[in-house]
Write a protein that binds this ligand. Structure first.
Ligand SMILES: Nc1ncnc2c1ncn2[C@@H]1O[C@H](COP(=O)(O)OP(=O)(O)OP(=O)(O)O)[C@@H](O)[C@H]1O
Length: 451
């Protein structure tokens, strides 16, 4: 889905209203003109109801109200800018909303959560929001938003043409060839603005790894595939592992592959690291004779999302303090038999779509509940079944390194007793660890890495 296609200049307006209801009415007026099947009152009610159960305020003056209805088009996106600000009761800080992106989606649109997540990710980037807010005219705003959603930044990036970068790229090609690598994995976020489309020219198959928006179209980019990894640790070796894990679960690479990786510090505009990885050896301990890294019922994007939230929690903590957390993903039928609620389940009664970890608004909710004792139990399709659950599995066969206590033991044990994957954020060390069949794979280690 090419996201820029859902933008239309006629649906980009400067808002006059100073309250949310009025602003939504203005946005609806420009959205439904060519869709007579859509009823303004019904949509408004749906949007406001959604807002009252779970806010769509993303922070930093941006809101993304959305609703699903039966409609002919798949998506309609309307954008309202307010210089004076719109009052939004659910913003924590009373900060006025300056930019509203209202998304109407057909109830049958299957990539709805992905589209929502991609737009949310884009407007969580402060640089982008600033550039949209400061656009001299609505035509400019249209142009900037279209460019941002197309994955093309307004700033031309020539950085990868520097002498060192050119040499690193050439050497990566030589190393890949000389060591029989099946692909080169390139960490695109090394460059502000990413890698210029078409500027990557290696003989070996190249895979782009990035945190930025991916619209699935690699044509003309020079890359065979783009792997989106939402949250990277700043440590390069941990970045590598996360990206490989995502590529593996998505079937982009296989255990028999050898990959040449090239990257650098995010935003530094310079490649500084090259590593050759035998995938099987890297993940050997985790496989222990099996070939399935991912439990049958777990969607790769769900695991990716949980890893992203877990790493963000480990890096950011909560209100300046470190937090610990345990996520148990997949095989929920069995997992639930091994759990006991420690508190009333805070997710009880919410619609599945609203409590799906793929829903971009769940990030904050999950982080908010991370301080509750106990584990998050997450279904393979992303629906959060419960939080605050005590895991009652025991495992006497796998010894954990000293210093890891009962949270890690519970994660390890539940991954032995069931097919689930457990991800643990340690409050004492900030480590993020994945458990599968009792075997641990550190995804982020404090103090490790090259940086
Ligand atoms: N069986 C369990 N199920 C769910 N949560 C648990 C379980 N055991 C412990 N926890 C959670 O882990 C928290 C920390 O426990 P403990 O310090 O023993 O674990 P740890 O593995 O050392 O983790 P950390 O590195 O975060 O301290 C507990 O307060 C509790 O919230």
């Amino acid at each position: 889905m090419r996201l820029e296609k859902i933008i239309a200049r006629s649906r980009i307006i400067d808002l006059r209203s100073t309250d949310l209801k009025g602003a939504l009415e203005e946005l609806l007026d420009v959205s439904i003109t060519r869709s007579p099947e859509l009823k303004r009152d019904v949509l408004l009610r749906g949007l406001l109801q959604r807002e009252s159960t779970m806010t769509t305020y993303l922070g930093a003056g941006v809101a993304l109200p959305h609703v699903r209805v039966k409609m002919k088009r798949r998506y309609i996106l309307a954008i309202g800018r307010s210089r004076g600000g719109v009052r939004h009761e659910r913003t924590k800080t009373d900060e006025p909303v300056k930019l509203i992106l209202m998304l109407l989606a057909d109830e049958k649109a299957r990539d709805y959560l992905q589209v929502l997540a991609s737009i949310a990710r884009l407007v969580q980037d402060q640089e982008t929001v600033k550039s949209l807010m400061e656009a001299p005219s609505l035509d400019d705003l249209d142009e900037r938003l279209t460019a941002a959603l197309s994955g093309i930044t307004a700033r031309p990036v020539q950085a990868q043409q520097s002498r060192i970068n050119r040499m690193m790229i050439r050497q990566a090609d030589n190393v890949a060839k000389g060591t029989d690598c099946s692909a080169i994995m390139v960490f695109g976020d090394t460059f502000t603005g990413g890698i210029e489309p078409g500027s990557w020219r290696s003989v070996a198959k190249a895979l782009l790894v990035t945190r930025n928006l991916v619209d699935g179209d690699n044509e003309g980019s020079g890359f065979a595939e783009t792997i989106q990894v939402r949250s990277f640790s700043t440590q390069r070796l941990a970045q590598l592992r996360s990206a490989m894990l995502v590529a593996l679960t998505r079937g982009v690479i296989s255990f028999n592959d050898r990959i040449c990786c090239i990257g650098g510090i995010a935003g530094s505009n310079q490649f500084d690291t090259m590593v050759v990885v035998d995938v099987e050896r890297e993940f050997q301990t985790l496989l222990t004779g099996h070939t399935d890294l991912l439990p049958e019922d777990v969607k790769p994007e769900v695991l990716e999302r949980v890893i992203a939230v877990a790493t963000e929690l480990a890096v950011e903590g909560r209100e300046g303090r470190p937090v610990g957390c345990l996520f148990v993903i997949g095989d929920t039928g069995k997992v639930e038999k091994l759990t006991k609620p420690l508190v009333l389940n805070p997710f009880y009664g919410y619609k599945e779509e609203d409590r799906n970890i793929l829903n971009p608004f769940m990030d904050e909710t999950v982080k908010e509940f991370s301080s509750i004792d106990g584990a998050f139990v997450i279904r393979g399709d992303g629906v959060v079944v419960s939080a605050g659950s005590l895991i009652q599995a025991t495992d006497n066969d796998h010894a954990l390194p000293s210093g890891l206590g009962s949270r890690h033991a519970a994660g390890a044990a539940v991954s032995v007793a069931t097919q689930a994957i457990a991800i643990v954020v340690s409050s004492s060390t900030g480590q993020v660890t994945l458990f599968r069949r009792g075997v641990m794979l550190p995804l982020m280690e404090k103090g490790m890495g090259l940086k």
